[in-house]
Write a protein that binds this ligand. Structure first.
Ligand SMILES: Nc1ncnc2c1ncn2[C@@H]1O[C@H](COP(=O)(O)OP(=O)(O)OP(=O)(O)O)[C@@H](O)[C@H]1O
Ligand SMILES: [Mg+2]
Length: 391
């Protein structure tokens, strides 16, 4: 997960979005009337806009600007996930109409499907400030107390990777979410004192790739909870076409479809592959992208006909050959592949499950006949000593 790039999301080229990085001290009453009259969010925007303007050729800055430009800013630009968008946009409109804060919302699903994007859209549609932090960044209870007490009425607190909050921090959130107050102890022994701190009503938006790892009390405090699923090829074709328009890439409909088809159902991958295909088209061809240019470029990138990348194929091959199609435990697979178990569970497996190449059984993971077929292997015959050939 690109935690190193989170700061990038502070700025907005037209200065309308108000996003505060939680590490930026939020303005307290004592410094809200500073000389320039700017909030912490506005100062952060200024700073980032300055950096972007000063380093237009810096590849990190260029990549960052591109990712930011491609992020849809309104519900109407957010392709797919219709049921989720319909439901959340009604909740947002209703909250606005009543002048109320929106219920706390949880978004879960595999990486790159648009959880962060939708949180930003919600804050924008609510005309609120989005305060951005993540589970691992809120290490100590003091971090969360400081953060919560600085929130203003209607602010959206976005906690990415919310399943990685420590238990102690999570406990502070319970009363904060439910009653907009926090109770904490100061001092110790005879000097210990319990303090009850009222908070301004705010909306918590949590994002996680692991809804199952959230504790029940935390999960139950979200009035709204949505699962984002993989996108269809048609939806991804729309996303590729939209992104190509923003990036000024000359692409025809078949070229867009080819990239979409090989994007593992994931908008982030579509946008990444589009950039790689664009590079290839500019260097090896005239810059225009059609089906064959896209196909050649994606072949070089190691993306196969269904969009499986090197790690997907390594996982599937290991399960199918070394473990003869399973059942194999995830720990054993992770050790054999020498890859992080969580990456396999969060990134690789959801898509292989979705396309029916593997199944999860109580005994472990198994390759399905379709999975074997994709690798050109035969179930039962292609064990460690089998004769099957890999793609
Ligand atoms: N529905 C969508 N329509 C158009 N583009 C989208 C959509 N969803 C996501 N994207 C694009 O995909 C990129 C990745 O989305 P986003 O960062 O919101 O994913 P995420 O679910 O938060 O991933 P992670 O779990 O890794 O944090 C965005 O920058 C955006 O450009
Ligand atoms: Mg995200």
């Amino acid at each position: 997960m690109a935690s190193g790039t989170k700061k990038q999301e502070k700025a907005d080229e037209n200065g309308r979005e108000r996003i505060v990085q939680a590490t930026t001290p939020a303005p307290g009453p004592e410094n809200s009337g500073d000389d320039a009259g700017m909030t912490a969010g506005e100062q952060a925007q200024e700073e980032r806009a300055r950096q972007l303007a000063e380093n237009p050729a810096d590849p990190v800055v260029a990549e960052e600007r591109m990712a930011r430009d491609l992020r849809p800013r309104h519900f109407r630009d957010y392709v797919g996930q219709k049921a989720v968008v319909d439901s959340i946009s009604i909740a947002v409109l209703a909250a606005r109409k009543r002048g109320d804060t929106l219920d706390h919302a949880l978004f879960h699903g595999p990486p790159g499907l648009g959880k962060t994007t939708i949180a930003h859209i919600i804050a924008r549609e609510l005309d609120s400030t989005l305060v951005h932090t993540s589970g691992p960044a809120l290490e100590r209870p003091a971090d969360v107390v400081g953060l919560l007490s600085n929130l203003k009425t209607g602010d959206v607190l976005f906690i990415d990777e919310i399943h990685r909050l420590s238990h102690a921090v999570e406990e502070y959130l319970y009363s904060a979410m439910e009653d907009f107050r926090i109770d904490f102890m100061t001092g110790s022994g005879a000097f210990a004192k319990s303090i009850n701190l009222p908070l301004q009503p705010f909306t918590l938006i949590g994002s996680t790739t692991r809804a199952g790892m959230l504790s029940a009390p935390l999960r139950e405090r979200f009035g709204l909870s949505y699962h984002l699923d993989f996108y269809s090829t048609e939806e991804l074709t729309q996303i590729v076409t939209r992104s190509a328009g923003i990036l000024d890439v000359d692409i025809d409909s078949e070229g867009a479809f080819e990239i979409a088809r090989r994007s593992r159902g994931t908008p982030r991958i579509s946008n990444r592959l589009l950039r790689r295909v664009r590079d290839y088209a500019e260097v090896r061809h005239t810059g225009a992208v059609d089906k064959s240019v896209a196909s050649e470029a994606l072949g070089i990138e190691g993306v196969d006909s269904l969009g499986l990348d090197r790690l997907d194929r390594l996982y599937l091959t290991t399960l199918s050959k070394n473990y003869q199609g399973g059942p194999a435990g995830i720990q054993a697979l992770a050790a054999t592949i020498n890859e992080d178990q969580q990456t396999l569970e969060d990134v690789v497996e959801p898509f292989l499950l979705k396309i029916g190449f593997i199944v999860r059984t109580p005994q472990g993971r198994r390759t399905t006949p379709e999975g074997f077929e994709h690798l050109g292997l035969q179930p039962g015959l292609d064990g460690p000593a089998g004769q099957g050939t890999l793609l």
